[in-house]
Design a protein around this ligand. Sequence first.
Ligand SMILES: Cc1ncc(COP(=O)(O)O)c(C=O)c1O
Length: 397
Amino acid sequence: MSTVSEPLMRLASRVDAIEPFYVMELMKDAQALERAGRDIIHMGIGEPDFTAPEPVTRAAADALHRGVTQYTNALGVTALREAIAAHYRDVFGLNIDPSRIVVTAGASAALLLACMALVDHGDEVLMPDPCYPCNRHFVSAADGKPVLIPSGPAERFQLTAEQVAEHWSDKTRGVLLASPSNPTGTSIEPGELARIVESVRERGGFTIVDEIYQGLSYDAKPVSALSFGDDVVTVNSFSKYFSMTGWRLGWLVVPHAMVGPLEKLSQNLFICASALAQHAALACFEPETIAIYEARRLEFKRRRDYIVPALRSLGFGVPVVPDGAFYVYADTTGVHHPAAGDSEALTRSMLHDAGVVLVPGADFGVHAPERYIRLSYATAYAKLEEAVGRLGGLFRR
Ligand SMILES: Cc1ncc(COP(=O)(O)O)c(C=O)c1O
């Protein structure tokens, strides 16, 4: 019997530049423990525990039955672009021309398209460290160079205008921000954001602001970066506030001059976002659906208000209270555990010894990640209480 050996394939070097998610390794261990009968509480995943509400699934079923499942315009269904523009008017009082809205396959495709359109070979893009890990990879995919700037509690884990000015070089093309941020749940204070936009504008660069968690803001009323000029590129998604992660739908708001180039890129790279998801998403903006989303937002706030003091009482440092998203980026150096200050070892112990999954800081940056863990409170309140009890037991040992 002859065996056909696989041809030797040379992988592109860009694959080497992409780091695996540490949390995925923890998840594999968690799944193995679950198969062995252990009860595991998941606070690692950045995904709402809510799914698309009934008006949205009803709209999807209706679209399916009507057969509106064929390719759409690469920029998105007109009615959806208009509905998104109306949402900006209702929530922020902003008048956004629907033709500036580009519907995408999630914020992921939006970030990739924005980088493909704006970043050239060797261009540097500034971003805070810690940040959403894929951001560096979107920039690298466009042959650019992500520049991670250490951003600690003093800066709310975000970039400041001063840092932007300090790190800007002749190779810098722009900044990539997220407000509120993953992994920290902290927003950029609007005055600071205005100064960043202005500073980048003066240098002829671009500002991309990922606003995927903006709908999940708990304290002050959020301010969209679009308030600071039509030249700002914003990213958003139906994944988080709208609880539609697997539907793969998001959008960009871009300056008029970018619409044509993005249409061309989008046609070639994706053809369009899912037609079914786009038709379903129209129902997101109905008053009855917004009422459901607002109730969910308040539930996230309730969990935030419980978990932050609970973490502090366990010995974790929460130097900046997160004002949005569903994450807490907590300092582990003060916990009573031999692995305090070594977040990878600590997350392993929390999983194996307490059955709780959290993510080590190493997934989000390179500057002092060992101090921090990210906790996602996108899990039921009762589970959060149970997790706090288990961790309390672990730290008392
Ligand atoms: C900050 C941030 N941006 C983008 C994404 C990607 O989201 P989407 O599901 O819309 O592609 C995520 C997902 O966790 C995120 O946290």
